[in-house]
Write a new protein. Sequence first.
Length: 333
Amino acid sequence: MMRAPPTLLLLVVLAGALAGGGGVEAALLKAHFYRHSCPVAETVVRDIVQASVAANPAALPARLLRLFFHDCFVRGCDASLLIDSTAGSTAEKDAAPNRSLGGFEIVDTAKAVLEAVPPGVVSCADIVALAARDAVSFQLGRDLWDVQLGRRDGVVSRASEALSDIPSPSDNFTTLEANFASKGLDVKDLVILSGAHTIGVGHCNLFSSRLFSSTTTGAVAPATDPTLNAAYAAQLRAACGSPSNNATTVPMDPESPARFDSHYYVNLKLGRGLFRSDAALLADRRAAGLIHALTKEGHFLKEFKNAVRKMGRVGVLTGDQGEIRRNCRVVNS
């Protein structure tokens, strides 16, 4: 068989990356990127994340996965979410959608260790990507997806961009589809990545409009969004108490809130999707058509690993773009 010329092979690789929504830069990501420059990188992150998750298994997997998602949806997967605000600039992490995020300290710990062996090599963006995978995979006892590495860190972080780019729990399907498409992600990716809501919690004020309505006198009365199961709505009203309650949280998956499984889709079919954006998936024929197959756990886990890897290539910086931040919270001076 005639061997393809190297230039042709490179074009094929680049075309594959572009088709996956990652662009030319994503083609430079690869497995075991730090094999020679920092061989312990992946082990250090895994050990720190797993020790933390073992101490808080109910909360940390969802927090670290959400951190990765929110980072990738603003400026791409460049760790711009980790940058602290300054006197002259409000950063992404202080935008309203990000104020309830957690897990920053775990990334900081991993970065501090890796800066010693050796400094300036492992990016904050890659640590976020690894931490999400390692946290979600802990309970499964195996890696749910492989992480390609080689991301570099961004140097710009704006709260205004987080407000405009991060999907809202109240979004309808049209808005969600357009948001994901702007990141090179399609309807299938939208449906599968929404399955991450099988773990974690939601604050009552983010879905209270589905539970309460205002009367003509201004008082608040019970109500039920017609797309929401009535019995489930009653449970949520009892837990939340009032539409302004932003302190109380409820599990996004009422059946198995700490297990990364396919129950999210089972709940959707029963009218128990917590957010309006969850229920919106049933409003589109294409999205609704994907949900039945995803109720099978093996199918969901297989599809999720493909979708989250694709998300991890969104807008990445590679080569000599960006920088390797010495401190994930501060741009290098």
